[in-house]
Design a protein around this ligand. Structure first.
Ligand code: ZN
Length: 498
């Protein structure tokens, strides 16, 4: 095999894998959104077979040989990185047979459906056997992938390259030290901000009308994107010009669907704005989840929680819901969407208490995989931690352990990236504020200028650089959680006059 031939096999196979993945994502999105429920079983079977085909293509002898050959050759920076990322993922894939890989995909899909069912009926017991099975199988898999490494660290590295238990322990210790005392102080002043009007009756058909206005403001163009509905909001990328997001509407919570849309649009922009030349290979799929969350949470918090974001949009919201909002001023609305109060649901948590929701999941996940937590008591442990950190009594499973979809398909190690992403975003924000007049741009309906900044500085590179390298390139400094905790401390001390 020579270099030219190896590169040809490498590129052609990546393109083929991308085609399969596009259609797998499409079929899964269709299942989650519009497909009749009864067809789930057959769809899962078809998807499992497709995943088996992907496995065969990925582990094809010629492709593996080409990757191993290219790994030792001099290559341009981006191709070299692409080969390294593929090799890293292949090292894991090759530890399993096709049958094992298909069985795991089937188990994941069955378990996700069980989660949806349990959540709809608000009963953890309906989902618990699936969750325990996923944990058991995942532990065996992790031991096979790397018996020398702590299993949870293998998972952390899957979602955030080069992250370690030590790094996350330090990060969450800082969150605890800097933010828990402030959360206590702020919760004593809960009455200062009224957000009760956000929880009046908001008919869903009118919420959908507002979504259209919001998407227009976000330049979320129908040429490359679309919005649909699911139980748990998410983003899926079919291709660079087909990036889909979902939301969930609640009649008594106007903020929930709005901020889900803004968050997911941040993910979709990232998928859409990676340079075209990187779209079909591992530079696209290898982007760390922390980096992805830095962009979605940037949208959700560092932009959409500002008054300037709402100057154009709030009158439109008022017009759609005059009975609820006609006497509420823009300032009152902006205060309400920034109110901090300990709450049960992570995705709806305010910026200040949000990382505590993530901390709770981090501690539980760590305990599951180092064996210090009895998995038959997961729901009780969940509730104890909410009591300890946020002073809340969880009364319903849907408010507790059933709220997130992530564990159902074995995505342990993903949650920490939400808090890390927020912190990466805070560091980027500091730099953006020096270069752009963010408030003026938002008032002038120029959200696209902000998105272009994010594209130029971060998104276009895909997974070419690690998050630390990107931060050094953009801000001149290594990652530091200081920006994040300082931002939150300053913001909430000012807001609550502490
Ligand atoms: Zn997200």
């Amino acid at each position: 095999m020579d270099k030219k031939e190896a590169l040809k096999i490498f590129k052609e196979t990546n393109t083929k894998l991308d085609a399969y993945r596009q259609l797998i994502n499409l079929a899964a999105f269709d299942k989650d959104t519009i497909a009749p429920k009864k067809g789930k079983g057959e769809r899962n079977e078809a998807l499992t077979i497709m995943c088996g085909e992907v496995f065969s293509i990925e582990t094809d002898k010629k492709y593996v040989e080409a990757v191993e050959y290219l790994l030792k050759k001099d290559l341009p920076l981006d191709t070299k990185r692409e080969v390294e990322l593929v090799y890293k993922s292949l090292e894991q894939t090759l530890k399993f047979s096709k049958e094992e890989s298909m069985a795991f995909s089937a188990l994941q899909m069955e378990s996700m459906d069980a989660w949806v069912n349990g959540r709809e009926k608000d009963d953890y017991k309906l989902f618990e056997p699936n969750l325990l099975k996923i944990i058991e199988v995942l532990k065996e898999r992790l031991n096979r992938i790397n018996p020398k490494k702590q299993p949870y660290e293998v998972l952390l590295d899957t979602y955030q390259e080069a992250s370690t238990l030590k790094m996350y322990d330090n990060f969450f210790n800082k969150i605890k030290e800097d933010l828990l005392p402030l959360i206590k102080e702020v919760s004593k002043k809960e009455e200062m901000i009224d957000d009760s009007f956000l929880h009046l009756y908001y008919p869903i058909d009118k919420q959908k009308e507002f979504s259209k206005e919001l998407l227009k403001y976000l330049n979320f163009n129908k040429g490359w994107s679309m919005l649909s509905e699911t139980e748990h909001p998410y983003t899926t990328e079919i291709s660079e010009n087909d990036c889909r997001i979902t939301t969930h509407y609640y009649e008594n919570d106007i903020a929930s669907s709005i901020f889900s849309i803004i968050h997911e649009a941040g993910h979709a922009y990232y998928d859409h704005q990676v340079a075209h030349k990187y779209q079909k290979g591992s530079l696209k799929s290898g982007i760390s989840m922390g980096m992805h969350e830095s962009q979605s949470r940037f949208n959700e918090n560092y932009l959409a929680k500002r008054k300037s974001f709402w100057v154009k949009l709030y009158p439109k919201l008022q017009k759609l819901f005059p009975e609820n909002l006609k006497d509420i001023t823009l300032d009152q609305f902006v205060l309400a969407i920034n109110k901090s109060v300990p709450s049960f649901i992570r995705t709806e948590a305010d910026e200040l208490t949000y990382p505590i929701h993530v901390l709770i999941r981090y501690e539980i996940e760590k305990g599951i995989f180092d064996g210090s937590i009895d998995t038959s008591k997961l729901s009780e442990i969940w509730n104890q931690k909410y009591k300890e950190y946020l002073g809340l009594e969880v009364k319903k499973d849907s408010q507790g352990i059933l709220q997130d979809i992530h564990w159902s398909d074995g995505s342990f190690g993903y949650f920490p990236t939400y808090a890390l992403g927020s912190a990466i975003g805070a560091q980027l924000l500091k730099k953006m504020e020096k270069e752009l007049d963010i408030d003026q741009l938002l008032i002038d309906n120029k959200y696209s200028v902000i998105q272009k900044w994010l594209k130029d500085k971060v998104q276009q590179y895909g997974a070419l650089y690690t998050y630390d390298e990107i931060l050094k390139m953009v801000t001149g400094k290594k990652f530091s959680a200081d920006y994040y905790t300082k931002y939150l401390t300053n913001k909430y001390k000012k807001l609550y006059q502490i």
